[in-house]
Design a protein around this ligand. Structure first.
Ligand SMILES: C[S@@+](CC[C@H](N)C(=O)[O-])C[C@H]1O[C@@H](n2cnc3c(N)ncnc32)[C@H](O)[C@@H]1O
Length: 202
């Protein structure tokens, strides 16, 4: 991320405080700006084992990268995010998230993304711009987490696909389908994934 982009982010984060009438003191969230594909910001690491339990958590206020959080994060929310990327990039990002996730039971990754009944490219029109988005099906999403990202059987994944109404996304139709999932692992490594995605009717 450029210095200009970082300055822009800081300005937006300050506007957030203004909007919600908070301050860095009353809402001490710390933001890390950067490209999630930059390994200096977020490198792929193997999923945490219980050996990471008890390792001290770094001071969040000093973070300039997410890498020191490997194995420490109990909840990761990513919405309208995975569908921005191609299939191999989605796998990369899933692996990167898995490396961040704590091995503590109940740790969770959740979110909502565009999906499809059958995995593949979904053509959508956003503000007159046509895009082909790679969309997972519930089955391929489940297989990605349980078997590729995590060792098969280490996590339980639940995925659901349902239609939702969207406004202003596609001129030809505003009906879509969403998908969700939960994953829980064995061996004290428990994770929950929920994912919902949207699918425009073919
Ligand atoms: C469609 S927005 C969704 C934002 C939010 N999750 C929501 O539902 O409102 C996609 C977000 O992904 C972020 N994003 C896209 N590519 C990224 C990347 N390579 N690294 C970090 N963030 C990225 C964008 O900055 C944007 O905030």
């Amino acid at each position: 991320m450029t210095h200009e982009a970082l300055a822009f982010c800081t300005e937006l984060w300050n506007l957030g405080h203004e909007l919600f009438k908070s301050s860095p003191e009353t809402f001490p969230a710390h933001f890390v700006g950067g490209d999630a594909f930059n390994p200096e910001i977020l490198a792929v690491a193997p999923p945490a084992s219980m050996q990471t339990a008890g390792v001290p958590i770094p001071d969040l206020n000093d973070l300039t990268s997410l890498n020191s959080l490997h194995g420490h994060v109990s909840a990761i929310h990513a919405t309208a995010f995975f569908h921005l990327f191609k299939e191999d990039q989605q796998l990369h990002m899933a692996r990167a998230f898995a490396g961040l996730l704590s091995a503590e039971p109940g740790s969770v990754i959740l979110g909502v993304h565009t999906g499809a009944r059958e995995k593949g490219l979904v053509n959508q029109v956003f503000r007159n711009i046509e895009v082909n988005m790679f969309s997972h099906s519930p089955e391929s999403w489940t297989d990605m987490w349980d078997g590729e990202v995590f060792e098969k059987g280490m996590v339980k994944v639940e995925a659901e696909c349902r239609e939702v109404m969207l406004e202003g996304v596609c001129r030809s139709s505003n009906v879509s389908t969403s998908l969700g999932g939960i994953a829980t692992s064995l061996l004290n490594h428990s994770s929950i994934f929920t994912s919902s995605r949207y699918l425009l009717p073919q």
